[in-house]
Unconditional design. Sequence first.
Length: 296
Amino acid sequence: MTNDYVISCCSTADLTEDHFRQAGIAYIPFHFELDGKSYPDDLGKSMPFHKFYQAMANGAETKTSQVNVEEFTAYFEKFLQAGKDILHVTLSSGLSGVINSANLAKNILAEKYPERKIYIVDSLGASSGYGLLMDKLAELRAGGMGIDELHEWVEAHKLELHHWFFSTDLSFYVKGGRISKTSGFVGGLLGICPLLNMDKVGHLIPRSKIRGKKRVIQEIVKRMEEHADDGLAYADKCYISQADCLEDAQKVADLVEARFPKLKGHVEINYVGTTIGSHTGPGTVALFFWGDQRND
């Protein structure tokens, strides 16, 4: 079978366990600490998402760590021993060095399994946008695309996946050093919600400072209108991830479904997982869709 190979990602693609299983996507967990106690980022099984974000809101300290070389080696080897090739897509190199660990593991295993193919791809994405990219790869594999062609396809098209984010709580952006204390204080007083997106090298870039939640919700959907394939005639999937602010995410989803009548199914809403969420904190909503090439 041309499509009898593994497509794989890190847990930071922020889809549900059921979604990964049904799509036939393997994943390997990152790790995080909450007040000094270590947990796997295992899609909310070890630490329910609401409990995690509530702890952050109450002042808990968080820290994250990527998948190391030994973990990747053991994880990949299971598939290679079963006679399967591997296409593994990592969290954006603009946010993490995890691709380096994956490539080191690949080099170790390539000597042991010279007959097998191991492709490592930088998603240049994160959260459920990275998940939406994985979903597309699963669809193409199911349609009969072989691993070599799929590898070429993802490298050619990954920058067509758009990631737009806003946050209604600036405190964690201040804590992480992404905005100054003064900007955070003033922004909080004025109800500023920063609008960010992922650039072509996989960094999160602030694009606008918008006053008020209602306005930023309108603005994030406007960015989809500007960049989505075929504009308002967009006919592919749309995903949202949210950091314990489901009501805000639902408002974005309702607006997207009203504006884009040809959407493929309903907007799917997932949690921002514990790795990404350790840096954003609660109050972040992210919108993901296919569109024009990210070029800035």
